[in-house]
Design a protein around this ligand. Structure first.
Ligand code: HAM
Length: 426
């Protein structure tokens, strides 16, 4: 019989041990930091009605125009796999009536996102994000806290050499003036822009600013920064965010070209960039979206958040040789030698697991030597040898793997003996 499929779908991948333990570790750090910053977990569905993303992310964005996995279900309803987390979180925030409850509401999420992009190192069609979204406050202090949480995450992971890039893109009051100015400056030189910038120039001229093409960079080299066109409220917010960042000692680089590729942003936008990842160097990105809740049919509630690309972060650690040293994942291995009943091992294993220890045993009837090798490979601290002669006398041999030291212990006090030895090595 032929096999069903030889490989995972292009742009998707499997995470196997020991890499999966790095994922657990990184997710654990995200959860711990969220508890410290008082963000609570939200889990939204992996697919939503298509309109959630069309309305939320914006019809003219790359994501909605060409990157979504869109499909019809059996009742012919149009759905899409989530390409990002924010739109679905806003949908849930509204659906559960949270704007009327106590604010701010601070959520975090971890999970897969899907975009039909050209796969390359650090860019996948299914990728994992750790994201946070906070609703209900326009205070610049919240912008600072969100950026602080992002930088704390990178620090706790041990990423080195990262940089915070920061910009403001104003609000619906001041952005049209900036947009107009950009159009005036770029229209006469439109023929020098790359094809995709030419096509989006009229719809979204700001996006031309962060195009990576050399020709577009030349054209936009001397255009004014959005900062120069801010209304007084946005200017005050922008100053306050920077003051706040300085007050808590977060270094940042004002990056006038940073405009972000999603339509919902207002005022603060930022990206955390890590070295060594080539063109896919944004490991965490976000900003304010003060108009999004209203845009999606709710009241005027401001919001801000970010999402970190977990695949990229782990890749960055691996490439910098900063990968986490694998930790032993097993405390005790139970081996049998000679004619000791299988149920004896089952009972010992069960008893130790009940004490909370991580325990495994041999299921393959291997030689004692092979079992000890397996125990070593699994990183077990102790191996219990249930030998025929000892077992008959109600005894078990306890071997400390690091030293090779062996002791014979009475079966009746085995749990206690194991606990004492493991606590000593912990
Ligand atoms: P985004 O910039 O589209 O923003 O994605 C955030 C991060 O997700 C990126 O910086 C990158 O690390 C990672 N990422 C994006 N696409 C891929 C991919 N194809 N493969 C691997 N990693 C990827 C958002 O998604 C916004 N929802 C962030 C946000 C939350 N803004 C406010 N709240």
């Amino acid at each position: 019989m032929s096999r069903v499929a030889a490989t995972a779908v292009r742009g998707t991948r499997d995470v196997l041990p020991p890499e999966s333990s790095s994922w657990q570790w990184a997710e654990g750090i995200a959860r711990r930091l969220c508890a410290q910053y008082h963000f609570q977990e939200i889990r939204t569905p992996i697919f939503e009605g298509l309109e959630v993303f069309q309305r939320g992310i914006g019809e003219t964005t790359d994501i909605v125009e060409k990157e979504m996995y869109v499909f019809q279900d059996r009742s012919e309803r149009w759905l899409a796999l989530r390409p990002e987390g924010t739109a679905g979180v806003v949908r849930a925030f509204l659906e559960h009536g949270l704007p009327a409850g106590p604010l701010p509401v601070k959520f975090f999420y971890l999970g897969p996102m899907f975009r039909y992009e050209r796969p390359q190192a650090g860019r996948y069609r299914q990728f994992e994000q750790f994201g946070v979204e906070a609703f209900g406050s326009e205070s610049p202090a919240l912008d600072v806290e969100i950026i602080s949480l992002g930088t704390a995450f990178l620090e706790a992971l041990g990423i080195s050499g990262w940089q915070v890039q920061l910009n403001t893109i104003g609000c619906p009051v001041c952005r049209p003036r900036y947009r107009q100015r950009l159009l005036e400056l770029l229209r006469p030189r439109a023929d020098q822009l790359c094809a995709s910038c030419q096509s989006r120039l009229e719809r979204n001229p700001l996006r031309v600013l962060d195009c990576k093409e050399e020709s577009c960079r030349r054209v936009t080299a001397d255009v004014p920064a959005p900062e120069e066109y801010l209304c007084s409220e946005c200017a005050a917010h922008w100053q306050a965010v920077q003051e706040g960042l300085r007050a808590v000692g977060i270094l940042y680089q004002v990056t006038p070209r940073l405009v972000r590729g999603l339509d919902y942003y207002t005022r603060t936008v930022f990206e955390l960039i890590a070295p060594g990842l080539g063109s896919q160097d944004a490991v965490l990105a976000g900003g304010r979206y003060d108009g999004l809740v209203e845009e999606m049919g709710g009241p005027a509630v401001p919001g801000i958040g970010f999402a970190a690309g977990m695949d990229r972060l782990l890749l960055s650690l691996e490439q910098g040789g900063q990968g986490r040293a694998a930790e032993p994942e097993l405390d005790v291995f139970v081996a049998r030698a000679g004619d000791v009943p299988e149920t004896a091992a089952l009972q010992v294993v069960q008893e130790l697991r009940k004490q909370g220890w991580r325990v495994d045993q041999d299921y393959l009837g291997r030689s004692l030597k092979a079992q000890l090798k397996a125990a070593d490979r699994a990183g077990a601290q102790l191996t219990l040898v249930l030998g025929e002669a000892e077992w008959a006398q109600g005894q078990v041999v306890v071997r400390t793997m690091a030293t090779g030291e062996q002791e014979t212990v009475n079966r009746a006090v085995l749990t206690q003996a194991v606990t004492t030895r493991l606590q000593r090595t912990a």
